[in-house]
Design a protein around this ligand. Structure first.
Ligand SMILES: Cc1cc2nc3c(=O)[nH]c(=O)nc-3n(C[C@H](O)[C@H](O)[C@H](O)COP(=O)(O)OP(=O)(O)OC[C@H]3O[C@@H](n4cnc5c(N)ncnc54)[C@H](O)[C@@H]3O)c2cc1C
Length: 449
C-alpha cells in the first residue's frame, strides 16, 4: 500500500452492472493530507506536463489552507473544464508523470486533488470570468466540444462577439455524446458546459450544421475570423466483406447512443474490433448493455496496443477477453442476423509508417469467432467534406486539418482550427489548450487586420 491518497472505487463486479461513476472523490481529510505531501517545487515540472498549464502548486497550496473555492478558480483560470479533466485526463502520462515526488515515493494525486476542488465549486456554483470590453469584432466557432468552448470563452473574455454553431441539439461535443458515463457523469459535463456558455455570453446556435444549414461562405461574410473545431465525424471502414450486415455496428454510434441514455441492449457474445481507447470504452459499455461476453480482436500484440494502460486494465478487470494477433477478414451472416467474424492469425513483421510492427496474416490460420454483434472501433477521421467547405483548406494524413503549431491558423487566412480535427484524436485537455491558443492568436490577428 503506497502513501498516495486513493479514491474509493466500485468493484469491477459491481460497476459493470450499470453506468454509475466508478471513482468516488477524495474525502476532505484525504485531500488535505495529500496536499501536504506536495513539495511546491519552484520549477514545478507538473505545470509543464499539463497541456492547459494549470498552476498545480498554486492550487494545491490553496487547498492545503482549506481555500477550496480559491483552488478551483485558479484551476479554471487555465482550464474551464476543471471537473471534466480531473476525471478524464490521463494524468499519469501528463502532470503526475512529471511530479518530483515520483522519484521519492509516489506522485502527488494531482487529478484527484483537482477533482476535489472542482467538485467543491460545482456544489456551490461555478464562477468563470465574464465578457471583456466589446471590441466590435465577430468570430464564428464551428463545433461546441472542448476546443470550441475553450476558444469561444477566451475570445469572449477578450471582448469579441462570438457565435458558436453546433450541429447537435446539445452543446458539449464528446463530453456529452461520447465519453462513457461511468468515467464522466453527464451532470458534471453539462454543468461545466453550461457555466462556460452562460458566463461568457456567447451566442450558441444549436442544431445548425455548417455546410448543411448554413454555408461556410455565409459564415465568413458575417465574421472577422473563424475557428474550426468539428472533431471527428467520419468512421474509417475496415474494408472487409459483410461490414454492412445487421449486427455490425460502428463504435462511435454505439457510444453516442449509450451516452445519450438510449436503451441499447445486446444479447449473447459481442466482438469489438480495434485496440484503442474507443475500443476499450465500447467493450466496457457492451458489457453494461447486457452482452454475455465481450471479446476484443486486435491485429497486433498487447505491446503495440494504442489504448492507455489504465483503460486496458479497467476493461480486463471487468472480464473483457482479448484475442491479440487476430485480424477479421469477413463478417458472416446467419438467417438475417450475424453469425460471427471470420478471422486469421497474424504475426508481427517489420515496423510500418506508424513505427509499429506490421501485422502479417498467417496462411491457413482462418477461424471463426461466433458472436451476435460486432462493434468496429478502428478509428475515426475528420469529415472529408470539410476541406471543400473552405476553399484552400489544407489537410494532411487521414484528412486532419493542417495548422501552424504556434497560432493554430490553417492555410486559409483568418480561419483557425483546433481539437481532434487537427490532431486526429487526442484528449479533452489538449483540445482545451488548442482552443485557448487559437483564441489568443485570433485576438492578435484581429488587431492586425
Ligand atoms: C468514446 C470516447 C472516449 C474518450 N475518452 C476520453 C478520455 O477519457 N479522456 C480524454 O481526455 N479524452 C477522451 N476522448 C477524446 C476527447 O473526447 C476528444 O479529444 C475531445 O472531445 C475533442 O474535442 P473537440 O472539441 O475537438 O471535438 P468534439 O468533442 O468531437 O466536438 C465537436 C463538435 O462539433 C460539432 N460539429 C461537427 N461538425 C459540425 C458542423 N459541420 N457544424 C456544426 N457543428 C459541428 C459536433 O456535433 C460536436 O459537438 C474520448 C473520445 C471518445 C470518442
Amino acid at each position: 500500500m503506497g502513501v498516495r491518497a486513493r479514491m474509493q472505487e466500485i468493484s469491477p463486479e459491481e460497476r459493470k452492472k450499470g453506468f454509475d461513476e466508478v471513482e468516488r472523490g477524495l474525502a476532505i481529510h484525504q485531500a488535505l493530507a495529500e496536499a501536504s505531501r506536495c513539495l511546491f517545487c519552484h520549477d514545478a515540472p507538473c505545470v509543464a506536463g499539463c497541456p492547459a498549464g494549470v498552476d498545480v502548486p498554486g492550487f494545491i497550496r490553496r487547498l492545503k489552507t482549506r481555500n477550496f473555492i480559491g483552488a478551483a478558480r485558479l484551476i479554471r483560470d487555465a482550464n474551464i473544464l476543471a471537473g471534466v479533466c480531473a476525471r478524464v485526463c490521463p494524468a499519469e502520462e501528463l502532470c503526475e508523470k512529471k511530479c518530483s515526488s515520483t522519484n521519492l515515493s509516489e506522485p502527488i494525486a494531482i487529478a484527484a486533488l483537482q477533482r476535489f476542488a472542482a467538485d467543491e465549486e460545482l456544489r456551490r456554483g461555478i464562477r468563470l470570468p465574464g465578457p471583456g470590453v466589446p471590441t466590435g469584432r465577430k468570430v464564428a466557432v464551428i463545433g461546441s466540444g472542448p476546443a470550441g468552448l475553450a476558444c469561444a470563452h477566451e475570445l469572449a473574455t477578450l471582448g469579441h462577439s462570438v457565435t458558436v454553431y453546433e450541429a447537435d441539439e446539445k452543446p458539449g461535443g464528446l463530453l456529452v455524446r461520447g465519453i462513457p458515463r461511468y468515467r464522466l457523469p453527464l451532470a458534471v459535463a453539462e454543468a461545466e458546459v453550461r457555466a462556460v456558455l452562460e458566463s461568457s455570453g456567447v451566442e450558441i446556435r444549436s442544431g445548425v450544421c455548417v455546410g448543411r444549414d448554413i454555408s461556410a461562405d455565409e459564415i465568413r461574410r458575417s465574421s472577422d475570423a473563424v475557428f474550426l473545431s468539428p472533431g471527428l465525424g467520419y468512421q474509417s471502414s475496415l474494408g472487409v466483406p459483410g461490414e454492412r450486415l445487421p449486427g455490425v455496428l460502428q463504435a462511435g454510434e454505439v457510444l453516442r447512443k449509450v451516452a445519450a441514455g438510449n436503451d441499447v441492449r445486446f444479447t449473447g457474445r459481442v466482438a469489438v474490433i480495434g485496440g484503442g481507447n474507443v475500443a476499450m470504452d465500447a467493450a466496457c459499455s457492451a458489457l453494461r448493455c447486457g452482452a454475455s461476453e465481450v471479446v476484443v480482436l486486435y491485429r497486433r500484440s498487447l505491446d503495440e496496443m494504442p489504448a492507455w494502460k489504465r483503460e486496458y486494465e479497467f476493461a480486463a478487470a471487468e472480464g473483457v477477453k482479448f484475442e491479440f494477433l487476430t485480424a477479421p477478414t469477413r463478417f458472416v451472416e446467419d438467417g438475417g442476423g450475424l453469425a460471427g467474424v471470420e478471422c486469421v492469425r497474424t504475426r508481427l513483421g517489420e515496423p510500418d509508417s506508424s513505427g509499429r510492427r506490421r501485422p502479417e496474416m498467417i496462411p491457413g490460420s482462418e477461424h471463426m469467432i461466433e458472436v451476435r454483434t460486432a462493434i468496429v472501433a478502428t478509428g475515426q477521421a475528420p469529415w472529408p467534406g470539410l476541406v471543400g467547405l473552405f476553399r484552400g483548406l489544407a489537410a494532411g494524413k487521414a484528412g486532419v486539418i493542417e495548422v501552424d503549431q504556434g497560432s493554430q491558423m490553417t492555410s486559409v487566412e483568418g480561419v483557425f482550427a483546433g481539437g481532434d480535427v487537427t490532431s486526429g484524436g487526442a484528449t479533452v485537455v489538449q483540445a482545451v489548450a488548442e482552443g485557448k491558443r487559437a483564441a489568443k492568436a485570433i485576438d492578435a490577428y484581429l488587431k492586425r487586420v
